[in-house]
Design a protein around this ligand. Structure first.
Ligand SMILES: Cc1ncc(COP(=O)(O)O)c(C=O)c1O
Length: 362
């Protein structure tokens, strides 16, 4: 694909950081507070999202699992999640023994529908995990209002929304716990990696143990945990990437704005930022009834358009559930994401817009 949907953007800074760690030889640390590079990264991450604490782990999935373990979610509990998400959201819930209960989304921005969420609350509901899909901020005002009324904890799946804000506040910091991914396709990467943010010291201290087999000093397991540690090399890459993140996000926004300007007259639904919302433009997602035709044609022209997600989680073979989620079904057959990552040039954007226009006018 000439213009891929998302690619990691690493440079000489990341390369020299990795080389110096290999030369120095400390590749990881099983200490409670983590290695030097892990701690340096955590400082940058918490200051970027304006949270008291950040805890680095080895994937976004691990971040979600650790957050669920920290809230003692277990067998017999229910966790409300959207079905229109990457399957990791549901898999993390399954790993605790709890049951994921699927909630529909809103057409506005493909995130959890607070009304449907409220209808699905039961006596067993112990947590709600809204997903800031594509970088779009979920309708947290309403979700938080409902969760407070029913005394249910919230974990934000911010895997796709690092840098997105609402009223100046970062996604992941509206609730008890926010979880991020640093998979290579994301707005910044560690190769593999993730992190959790919280303002709660108790949760922070517990998460440090959960990351490290539940140990505090070593061989003294006090709570359930696993090896969720981020290697030092990955932490060093993440540190460099975090420093570059504001620049990456600026280019994404510029590309998104240019693309919107060029395709606003076409007969498709283009993404819009709500008032007071700033999207990180992880994925620029349009919707159209001619999705499959457009997707194939764009791909044949070298444009790495992609569809997230053609199968909602509740329709995958493992989760198979006969439930009705009409907007989720609509979205899975209509959405299409276009490349706008920092390596995409203005010329590329013009080419994408022109090609899309030509296909729609055929
Ligand atoms: C919404 C969502 N949740 C969770 C994850 C899991 O992150 P990771 O792939 O780093 O485990 C991802 C990304 O892959 C994601 O997009």
């Amino acid at each position: 694909m000439k213009i891929p949907i998302n690619v990691p953007f690493v440079g000489k800074e990341e390369i020299s950081a990795v080389v110096s760690i290999l030369k120095e030889g400390t590749l990881t640390s099983a200490a409670n507070e983590g290695g030097k590079n892990v701690r340096e990264f955590e400082k940058l991450a918490s200051s970027f999202v304006k949270s008291k604490y950040a805890i680095a782990v080895n994937s976004g999935t691990a971040a979600l699992q650790a957050a669920l373990y920290a809230l003692d979610i277990k067998k017999g509990d229910e966790v409300l999640i959207p079905s229109f998400t990457f399957v990791a959201t549901a898999n993390a819930v399954m790993s605790t023994g709890a049951k994921p209960v699927f909630v529909d989304i809103l057409k506005d921005n493909y995130t959890m529908d607070p009304k449907d969420m409220k209808n699905k609350i039961s006596k067993k509901t112990k947590a709600i995990m809204p997903v800031h899909l594509y970088g779009n901020v979920a309708f947290l005002d309403k979700i938080l209002e409902i969760s407070k009324k029913y005394n249910i904890r919230i974990i934000e799946d911010s895997a796709q929304s690092l840098g997105s804000t609402f009223k100046g506040k970062h996604t992941g910091t509206f609730s008890d716990l926010g979880c991020y991914s640093m998979y290579p396709a994301k707005v910044m990467t560690a190769g593999e990696g993730g992190f959790i943010v919280t303002n709660n010291k108790k949760l922070h201290d517990k998460l440090l143990m959960i990351r490290n087999h539940g140990m505090l000093h070593g061989y003294d397991t006090r709570t359930f945990g696993l090896n969720l540690r981020l290697p030092e090399i990955s932490a060093a890459i993440a540190t460099m990437q975090m420093k570059k993140l504001p620049k990456f996000l600026k280019i994404r926004k510029k590309n998104a704005n240019l693309l919107s300007q060029l395709i606003s007259d076409l007969k498709i639904k283009i993404p819009i930022e709500r008032k007071n919302e700033s999207v990180n433009w992880y994925l620029y997602t349009i919707s159209t009834s001619k999705r499959n035709k457009i997707l194939n044609k764009l791909n044949s022209k070298g444009i790495g358009a992609a569809s997230y997600y053609t199968t909602p989680v509740h329709k995958t073979p493992f989760y198979k559930q006969k439930i009705s989620l009409p907007v989720t079904d609509w979205a899975s057959s209509h959405v299409l994401s276009l490349p706008i990552h920092p390596r995409v040039t203005s010329k590329n954007i013009e080419f994408i817009a022109k090609t899309l226009g030509d296909i729609l006018n055929e």
